[in-house]
Design a protein around this ligand. Structure first.
Ligand code: XMP
Length: 523
């Protein structure tokens, strides 16, 4: 598909209208996984997206009840376009209510597992006409009581005689259950039938096409003379941006990698090796540890530390960029969830629990245009195109590492000595996790330096040294997390190694707190 343009692979698309469900992004990731481009827009902020002529519309679930007078509604345009519609959960209820059906508060709610039985053939559930019994995931208190004109019930469950509806002529469908979650049988097939057969979208949204078209788009955007500067952290997003830009414009891309003295053991050297040696990407390494330690002297407050680290990064980055000639563009690793969040914030509908600003914000005083090659991509897509571009697996599947680095893992004041001790302890923990094949079993793992002293014995002598806490969590979205139940013998081995091999550590503890109420990082 070498002649396909970026415009082409995005022009056949599905619009997902968001009513605030926790699963909306999951619906989008599933549709993208089927090779079909889709966008999410809030229900009260989607007129422009509707004007771009999607092939089909999905109405998401949501926390509200349609029976309330001020309940969110889909814009009338949705029903005037003459294109396929799939309402999921709240989306089905508002579809039914807006088209003249009746939705009532059900006497029995359905949360979690339920069984759905088809009651007549439909292009969505049973294109070949067979009877089907499906285990599905439900989460609703209301139910459709009376069908709107033109619709028929196509499935029922124990508590909802109308669990799925269809108007085959207009290709409008509603399902009370969630096809996007893995607990629903055949959820993926259902979404595939909707996207491919019913909406007629071809599977053009593939890693190979995305890479090729992003490169073409970058070449057009930047032109034949433009020069781009990128703050490289070694994390997956900025690394994929670097690989894409390198493929698009070669050595007109210059990366700046700031070693702030708060990186993990050998991290700076590894990043330089991957980029400079293996790929021939131009990377300027700035060794700025001393400047960071000096700026952090005497500062114990976590938010203040974050600010100092972030601002100093921008200062150093700007200094370096200004020394380069004819730079016209600044590249950033903004990804699609950031874009959705800003759209939500713009419409006042954001549900932001905690937002983090990556080190590497736009230096405001620099008159550079912004290039954001990952703006349309979810994290899993960034990883997939990273693989397509040949990034090493170790880089693609690394645990996340916060922008302020070890700065928020050394509690209180940061010193070079504490950073050194923490780096060694952390490297032991991570090496042991890899050795025991546990690294990819957890979502994030690290050591934390506690500047409290605790008594121990070494030989016959009493010592009074620092404490290391180990943290390993399992999470899907990093908004909530549980402590990983690592085997005791494993934890004992790590603890023994840290106390034997790292000087000045007399005790190792394991953090069993979940988030909430604890956060993943200790600061
Ligand atoms: P918390 O501690 O809020 O962390 O539960 C959730 C996820 O965010 C990462 N994190 C950060 N990332 N800058 C970042 O780029 C930060 O200041 C920051 N603080 C936390 C954390 O590592 C976890 O993955």
């Amino acid at each position: 598909m070498s002649s396909t343009t970026q415009h082409d692979i995005q022009s056949q698309h599905i619009l997902i209208i968001d009513f605030g469900s926790q699963y909306t992004q999951l619906i989008a990731r599933r549709i993208r996984g089927l090779g079909v481009y889709c966008e999410i827009w809030p229900y009260d902020h989607c007129e422009q997206a509707l004007a771009r002529k999607p092939q089909g519309i999905i109405l998401s679930g949501g926390p509200e009840t349609v029976t309330a007078t001020a309940a969110p509604r889909a814009p009338d345009t949705v029903f005037a376009l003459g294109i396929p519609i799939l309402g999921i959960c709240y989306g089905m209820q508002t579809l039914a209510a807006q088209l003249g059906g009746q939705v009532i508060a059900a006497s029995k709610h359905e949360y979690g597992h339920a069984q759905v039985q088809t009651t007549r053939p439909s292009a969505l559930l049973t294109p070949t006409g067979e009877d089907l019994k499906l285990n599905v995931w439900m989460s609703h208190g209301d139910r459709v009581e009376q069908l709107p004109a033109g619709f028929q019930a196509i499935a029922r469950s124990d508590n909802a005689p109308i669990a799925a509806i269809a108007d085959e002529q207009r290709q409008w469908y509603g399902i009370q259950f969630h096809p996007e979650v893995t607990q629903t049988d055949q959820g993926e097939q259902l979404l595939a039938r909707f996207a491919h057969q019913i909406c007629g979208c071809e599977p053009l949204w593939t890693p190979g096409n995305i890479v090729q078209n992003t490169i073409t788009r970058l070449q057009t955007q930047i032109g034949s003379q433009g020069r781009v500067v990128l703050g490289l952290s070694g994390g997956v997003d900025s690394s994929v941006v670097a690989f894409l830009l390198h493929r698009a414009i070669g050595d007109r891309l210059i990366c700046i990698f700031v070693d702030n003295g708060l990186l993990r053991l050998h991290e700076g050297d590894e990043v330089m090796a991957t980029f400079a040696q293996q790929q021939g990407i131009r990377v300027i390494r700035v060794n700025a540890a001393e400047r960071f330690y000096a700026a952090l002297t005497g500062i114990a407050d976590p938010e203040q530390k974050r600010k100092i680290i972030g601002n100093l990064f921008i200062e150093i980055f700007a200094e370096q960029a200004q020394q380069l000639n004819n730079i016209t563009w600044l590249a950033q690793g903004t990804i699609y969830p950031d874009v959705i969040e800003s759209a939500g914030a713009a419409s006042g509908k954001a549900h932001v629990i905690k937002s983090h600003h990556n080190v590497g914000g736009l230096p405001e005083q620099m008159p550079l245009a912004l290039v954001e090659p990952l703006r349309d991509l979810f994290k899993d897509e960034v990883r997939r195109i990273g693989t397509e571009l040949g990034l090493p697996d170790a880089m693609i599947w690394r645990h996340p590492f916060p922008g302020p680095g070890l700065g928020v893992r050394i509690l209180g004041e940061v010193t070079a000595e504490f950073a050194d001790l923490l780096r060694q302890a952390d490297a032991i923990f991570i090496a042991e996790l890899r050795q025991a094949n546990l690294y990819h079993e957890v979502s994030q793992a690290f050591a934390v330096f506690l500047p409290v002293q605790s008594v121990g014995v070494v030989g016959d002598a009493r010592c009074y040294d620092y404490v290391i806490a180990l943290r390993a969590v399992k999470t899907i979205d990093f908004m909530t997390a549980e402590s990983a139940q690592l085997p005791y013998p494993f934890l004992e081995r790590v603890s023994r190694r840290i106390m034997n091999e790292v000087s000045d550590i007399s005790r190792v503890v394991y953090d069993v707190s979940s988030k909430p109420p604890a956060t993943i990082e200790w600061e």
